[in-house]
Design a protein around this ligand. Sequence first.
Ligand code: PEP
Length: 253
Amino acid sequence: MNSNRKPIIAGNWKMYKTAAEALALINGLKGELVGVRDSDVEAVVCPPFTALYAVSTLLQGSSIQLGSQNVHWEKEGAFTGEIAASMLKELGVRYAIVGHSERRQFFGETNEGVNKRARAALASGIRPIVCVGEMLAQREAGQTEAVVRDHVTDGLAGFTKDAMLETVIAYEPVWAIGTGKTATPTQAQEVHAFIRELLAAMFDSSTADKVRIQYGGSVKAANAKELLGQADIDGALVGGVSLDAKGFIKAAL
Ligand code: PEP
């Protein structure tokens, strides 16, 4: 954490919560946030597409921001099952997760697709949260930096400095997602510092210093403080725990 970068905690609800359940969770979150200063942390929720409209309505006037779990790169067209950035923007979506490891693993998303999705989000004024991170076998084979380098350089290829400043990176070691295994603060900090060095080489050090890099992977109240206390960790992308209002807020604050 660095005082120049406002921490951002985003809840990735994955394929959980109907619209009605989503509203109940938002009401719970709003209750937990009473009395918390807006400036301390930026909180984002990323419900399934089907709940975005309902959640957007309930979030009006709240400091909680709305995010989506993906976005397509085309403006519109014959792309069954996909959602365009303009459709998300209309609902008040401010952030879009792209390149989540579950999208890469189960739906064949590539760095090139991630790049196109992130650019489309930016073109519509939506900030992409670009997920990067190695699988267990890759870490064990000493390939963490090589994998993360590819995700970062290819995923952010062609970005201007201004685009980069609107972008959030989420470092999520795949072996820590939904497994209860968290990277140690030292392991996470090492990769975050490496990502910041990559950004300095791709852009410049002033840009790299301003980009927020979240950690994701089994973040919960018990480990969040220590992780977020690391110099280059600027927030968290939270999965499982974000489905519970108290748990999410405890991990976030
Ligand atoms: C995630 O889905 O991005 C994630 C980090 O999940 P979890 O917190 O459940 O590990």
